[in-house]
Design a protein. Structure first.
Lengths: 859, 446
């Protein structure tokens, strides 16, 4: 070594006292600390890993860098020379032997940051005491950490009218905005909803919409708008539901899991005085990253609804429901169910007025929103206490073919295709799954995947927003013809699905099309693509694995002698034949049997009759059944028919696990424990209710059966102990025997349909602002069809079914000709809903449109 | 230097109907194009590099080097990455720098020199699409350019297989919407793409991901209009003008208190003293007080700087920048704080809003200056002005913020006393009005 090189400071990458720089990394110095960082990492991230907090506003790890706010300036030295200007650490990537001095070690960086902070505050209203964000505000916090104690600004502040409604739910205070563009970048990059933009320039620059810019135009319409509120680093974006309701430091924050869909999204529930005040997205990189949809975020008031049931009710001799004690209600329910099970109830009178064949047996309809523990309790209650396999958690269109599919591809399969798999998949095909409407968090991941090269194909009828926002690859088919479309996929799509890592996502609506589940099964067998089942509701996947289906016992076991004996033994039943031997009736068959006077009783969980494929049949069944026991959180249509109503706890008042579509267990602890619990912060009005598993356990005890599901923890332990036991031979997925084809010769249209995310569902009650952000329901037809029927865009058309009609404005879209699309469920202005099922219409079935100038539908 | 003027770009400006293709061609126009189309593109890039031509838009970046950054397919290889994409040439004709008036008269008087330059440059960088982004306010220029482009198409200088060379080129004349920021090359590209004009994050630089994320050269009008003369005259001829590191002629646009304001094309390195001689001296003989060498974004200079050679190096050594060689010349009658306020109001109005320092800083600076000019400033305001400038300079996203503080910092540097004197007007208002009221009540003022 020469004397000169001895004097020169050694480059950290060449220092011999340090291990060699790992491959793909660089070695740099930050605030005199040597650190290795992966190539391409942003300086601000490297600083974070070192525990150095560089203040920032526009930076967000899940958004592309912007470099707009300039709050994160640091001093950078490259090749022994200081860069002349401080650099934004949120846009600059690490480099070998770079020397970085943050505000901790550089007076220049510190002054630059203080200068930017002072500038950010000159036009800020400084209204922290009345701002929702006060107490959790990055601007407030960083003004304290990186700002001057006082301002030198004495000129007049720029003012704006406020608040500006961006949508019914999202309000904008432009004076508080620091124009970091997180919201606009989220909308553009993550959600793909480009209704919110920067307007004007200079100090008049502001966030706005088409409507705020031009006085008219479309509102900010997005299922993900709430995320912009959460990532807003100031109080500029607020929600109508939380605005001025509380201070963050008065709230208790409890991690939880979304109960609104099968995503398993992590959420954070903030609550006080026994009630949730807001729901935020939780952070889980494996699942929802940091995003949730607006339904998950804003629909939480149902737990405090005036229609909540908090005391047991029994129907008295006057025909009305009356509050009673738990003891009384359980005794009455148990006695009635035992009589129904054993057929010892009063026999119905036949046509001649003579006592006929006695009704016998009880069917169980648990609904699709249960935790896996609760679903397991229902499954066990049906088998052990009611001695039946007549149980079906599918409160929607369903089929025997679906049961085959679930047995073959879903039940007991554990963690399958994951969100990460979607992101890295070369190609994805969605089948009977309108992913933005039915699984919004999955949609976000698909969109992310599409942005990085995944080809996302959709089997559907028209280029819906989800198709457009995930790259616009539609395999268009007439409704009902999906199985043929899958059998004859375009070559490029079939080839893409044969690429290793390709995924087929199939939605629960596949049950609406005979042969579709079989076609999916065939497709994945043919191409080698992996398949995942993405149901809508949070409890569907758990219900499959817990055995809340007529043909599947817990853990994916078929109803066979081996499984029955195994379960009987595990459940401590003396008789190995104690459990019912034959597969049960599915949901539709249960209702038909009850309506026909065959079944004597029904145990109903959280089921909306309007969600069922035949609500008229369901009402008849509930009317005809001798005993209806309802386990509900809020009064529903079932309550009208119930003989005993047992209140159960909403998700915030219990612990449990949602098994999401991936098969991932999403455990959550009790958010608010009304009985006191460890937090000791109870007050207010929270009613004490119990989880379904506890209620069923107690009910079973009254029936002289032990379920051992007193708590979710105990139920989960037992289910876990049982484990999965898939049969070695998986049966085929059997499609329909004959062609389920609709005769199209009568000139009618074929109906295509799916549910929209915000459509007046049971959990949306008391959320008017959220409902205001729903997509307007419309009837969609092709231009050719419209011309044939004499309909024009925005004209109101009537969709006619056997049991009534639905009138909606027409929108033209790229559907196949002679197909009409309408949302499956449309809330009505005066309350209530119209469902296509209620009108007697089905996806793939015939329908007629009226209202045109020519009555082409009958031509 | 015997004749101080070196008319190259401006040579034909005073000729009759100089803007027509016929007259341009008669005077030797489009000769360079034929030479260029017979020259391998790489040789053209080398020629311009060797000529020492530097960008005339203000920053003075070597033009040939900029062209050589465009990734090109290697002979015999299938190109990948940016080299596989189409290349674009974009002409920055969004002349908006206060005081600048060179590109607009050039495009009015001699649009074909620009078009010929565009074709030669496109050939050199292998672009088949060229856009000329003109600021929207100058409708007369837009009309003239459209007509000239049409003429060039009709003459076979544009379109498919230009003069049998097999080279295709289309030129589109695009009208901007009149935002100063769109003179910043990446904001210009966003605006050209139909987006909101705000500067882009760099890297990637336009040379690899410019217009539509494809390799793009963005050059100023004057730069590209110079190219045909270099092709005709050669690099050695070009270097006979100007100085070693800043060769060639330059259009100096003189405005303000001079007898004959206008465009004077002289070699780079010409001094204000020489230019004033050309322009007939200061108007009415009233002495010079201050001036800008290249628009309001370049720090102002004073009568001490009359002999500063106005080239890229000379202006920088004098503590300013050459900028667009828009010399705004002010005599003794003009108040520096007032002029600085007017300039600052321009930047306040034109700040794009993307970054905090420029958006909020210009708003604040303009507010302080207005108050000072109204006689309500204090000496503390001068320190605040300088400190706010320090918090903008080098902290903003693009150079707009840097330009915005130039008049203020240089104005206070050379004329601090004028700002202090303004504050003296405010002496009676220094006290809080409440103090005056109390004094009055106590009779102490009597």
């Amino acid at each position: 070594m020469t004397a000169a090189s001895e004097k020169a400071p050694e480059k950290p990458s060449e220092r011999e006292d340090l291990p060699p720089v790992p491959h793909g990394h660089v070695r740099l110095t930050i605030d005199d600390r040597v650190v290795d960082a992966p190539q391409g990492e942003l300086l601000i991230r490297t600083c974070e890993r070192l525990g150095i907090v560089v203040p920032r506003f526009c930076d967000h790890p899940l958004l592309d860098p912007a470099g707009a706010c300039r709050q994160c300036l640091v001093e950078v030295e490259m090749g022994g020379r200081k860069m002349p200007k401080p650099q934004a650490s949120c846009t600059m990537t690490v480099a070998q032997d770079m020397v970085v001095n943050t505000q901790m070690t550089s007076a220049v960086a510190d002054k630059a940051q203080q200068g930017v902070m002072e500038l950010l505050l000159i036009n800020h209203p400084l209204d922290c005491p009345i701002c929702d964000k006060g107490g959790e505000c990055p601007l407030q916090n960083q003004a304290m950490s990186s700002g001057r104690a006082d301002s030198r600004f004495v000129e007049e502040k720029r003012t704006f009218a406020k608040p500006l409604p961006i949508s019914d739910e999202v309000l904008l205070d432009r004076e508080r905005c620091v124009l970091c563009q997180r919201c606009t970048r989220f909308s553009r990059q993550i959600a793909g909803d480009q209704f919110i933009e920067l307007l004007e320039r200079g100090a008049h620059q502001q966030i706005g919409t088409e409507e705020t810019a031009f006085g008219e135009g479309e509102d900010f319409q997005s299922y993900f708008s709430g995320n912009t509120i959460q990532i807003c680093p100031v109080g500029a974006l607020t929600s109508a539901s939380y605005r001025f309701r509380s201070r963050p430091f008065d709230l208790v924050s409890t991690p939880g899991v979304s109960e609104h869909d099968s995503s398993g999204a992590a959420v954070r529930r903030d609550w006080r005085r026994g009630a949730v005040t807001r729901v935020l997205a939780g952070e889980d990189p494996d699942v929802n990253e940091e995003w949730i949809d607006d339904k998950t975020r804003f629909a939480f008031r149902y737990a405090q609804s005036a229609t909540r049931i908090t005391r047991p009710l029994v129907r008295g001799d006057d025909g009305e429901l009356h509050e009673t004690s738990w003891t009384d209600a359980l005794e009455r329910a148990a006695a009635a169910l035992l009589a129904a099970r054993d057929g010892t109830g009063p026999a119905p009178l036949d046509a001649d007025g003579e006592p006929g064949e006695p009704k016998r047996g009880v069917g169980v309809l648990p609904g699709g929103r249960l935790t896996i523990e609760d679903a397991y309790a229902y499954a066990k209650f049906a088998r052990a206490a009611l001695q039946t396999n007549d149980i079906d958690a599918r409160a929607r269109a369903h089929s025997g073919e679906e049961l085959d599919f679930l047995a073959a591809h879903v039940a007991g399969t554990g963690l399958g295709v994951t969100y990460a798999d979607l992101e890295s998949a070369p190609a994805v095909l969605t089948v009977a799954l309108e992913v933005e409407e039915e699984a919004p968090v999955v949609f976000l991941r698909l969109r992310k995947a599409a942005r990085t090269g995944t080809a996302v194909h959709h089997l559907g009828q028209w280029s819906s927003p989800a198709v457009v926002k995930t790259g616009g690859r539609l395999v268009r088919t007439a409704p009902g013809r999906e199985p043929e479309a899958l059998a004859t996929l375009p070559d490029d799509v079939a080839a893409a699905l044969a690429t290793p890592g390709a995924v087929v996502l199939v939605g629960e609506r596949a049950a609406e099309v005979p042969g579709l589940y079989a076609a999916v099964s065939d497709l994945v067998g043919r191409t080698g693509a992996r398949v995942a089942w993405v149901p809508r509701r949070a409890g569907e996947r758990g219900a499959v694995d817990a055995g809340a289906l007529p043909t599947l016992l817990p853990g994916g076991r078929p109803v066979d002698d081996v499984a029955r004996a195994q379960l009987a033994s595990s459940w401590g039943l003396a008789d190995e034949n104690a459990l019912p031997a034959t597969p049960g009736r599915d949901g539709g068959a249960i209702l038909r049997a009850a309506a026909a006077g065959e079944l004597a009783g029904l145990v109903v969980g959280g089921v909306e009759l309007t969600d069922l494929p035949d609500p008229v049949l369901a009402r008849a069944a509930l009317r005809e059944a001798d005993v209806v026991v309802s386990l509900e959180q809020v009064a529903s249509e079932v309550t009208r028919y119930a003989d005993v109503v047992l209140p159960v706890a909403p998700v915030v008042n219990k612990s449990g696990t949602f098994r999401n579509w991936e098969g991932r267990d999403r455990r959550f602890a009790t958010t608010i424990d009304p009985s006191g619990g460890s937090s000791g912060r109870v007050g207010g009005t929270a009613a004490i209710t119990l989880p379904d598993c506890r209620v069923l356990d107690t009910l079973a005890v009254e029936m002289d059966v032990d379920l051992f599901t007193q708590t979710p923890e105990v139920a989960a332990a037992e289910l876990g102990h049982l484990g999965a036991a898939r049969p070695t031979e998986i049966g085929p997925v059997r499609g329909p025997d004959g062609s389920g084809d609709v005769d199209g010769t009568d000139g009618s249209l074929r109906l295509a349909s799916w549910r929209q995310l915000l459509d007046g569902g049971a959990l949306l009650i008391d959320e008017p602002e959220l409902a205001g952000t729903a997509r307007p329901p419309k009837i969609r037809i092709s231009t050719v069809t419209a011309r044939r029927l004499g309909l024009v865009e925005d004209a109101v058309a009537g969709l006619e079914g056997p049991r009534g009609s639905l009138h909606l404005p027409v929108e033209l879209a790229d559907l196949p000709d002679d197909v009409v699309w309408a949302p499956a469920r449309v809330p009505q202005a005066g309350g209530g809903v119209i469902t296509l099922a209620g009108l007697g219409l089905t996806h793939g079935g015939p329908a007629r449109l009226t209202g045109g100038t020519t009555d082409g539908s009958a031509a | 230097m015997t004749d101080p003027l070196t008319p190259v770009l401006t040579k034909h400006w005073l000729g009759p109907e100089s803007w027509t293709l016929r007259n341009y061609t008669e005077l030797g126009g489009y000769e360079a194009l034929r030479t260029a189309l017979a020259t391998p593109p790489d040789d053209l890039v080398a020629l311009v590099k060797d000529s020492g031509l530097r960008g005339r838009g203000g920053a003075g970046f070597p033009t040939g080097m900029k062209w050589s950054f465009i990734p090109q397919a290697k002979p015999g290889e299938t190109p990948t990455g940016p080299a596989a994409k189409p290349k674009y040439l974009v002409i920055n004709a969004d002349e908006g720098e206060p005081g600048t008036c060179k590109d607009v008269p050039l495009m009015m008087a001699d649009p074909h020199s620009l078009i010929e330059g565009c074709i030669i440059t496109s050939w050199a960088i292998r672009a088949h699409f060229c856009a000329i982004y003109v600021r929207g306010e100058v409708v007369h220029v837009l009309r003239r350019l459209h007509a000239a482009v049409r003429e060039a198409y009709d003459a076979g200088h544009l379109g498919k297989d230009i003069h049998g060379s097999g080279f295709d080129l289309d030129i589109v004349v695009h009208a901007g919407a009149g935002a100063y920021i769109c003179g910043e090359e990446t904001a210009l590209l966003d605006s050209l793409e139909g987006r909101r004009g705000q500067p882009r994050l760099k890297p990637p630089f336009p040379a690899t991901a410019g217009l539509y994320a494809a390799p793009t050269v963005v050059n100023n009008v004057e730069t590209i209009a110079t190219v045909p003369s270099i092709v005709n005259g050669g690099k050695d001829w070009f270097r006979t003008m100007g100085r070693e590191r800043s060769p060639g002629p330059k259009i100096y646009s003189l405005s303000g208190h001079v007898e004959r304001p206008g465009q004077y094309e002289a070699p780079l390195g010409t001094t204000l003293r020489e230019l004033l001689d050309l322009a007939g001296g200061m108007k009415d003989g009233i002495p010079l007080k201050f001036w800008t060498p290249g628009g309001s974004s370049t720090p102002l200079l004073t009568d001490e700087h009359l002999d500063v050679p106005l080239d890229f190096e000379g202006a920088t050594e004098a503590g300013s920048m050459l900028g667009t060689t828009a010399l705004m010349i002010f005599n003794e009658t003009v108040s520096v704080p007032w002029a600085v306020m007017k300039w600052t109001e321009f930047y306040e109005h034109e700040s794009c809003g993307k970054c905090t320092p420029c958006r909020e800083g210009c708003y604040w600076l303009a507010g302080i200056l207005r108050r000072m000019v109204d006689g309500e400033g204090t000496e503390a305001d001068i320190d605040t002005l300088l400190d706010v400038c320090d918090n903008i300079l080098g902290r903003s996203f693009c150079a707009l913020g840097d330009g915005a503080v130039s008049p203020i910092t240089s104005g206070i540097k050379y004329f601090r006393q004028e700002f202090v004197d303004l504050c003296a007007l405010n002496a009676g208002q220094q006290r809080h009005p409440e103090v005056d009221r109390i004094v009055e009540l106590s009779g102490a003022s009597a």
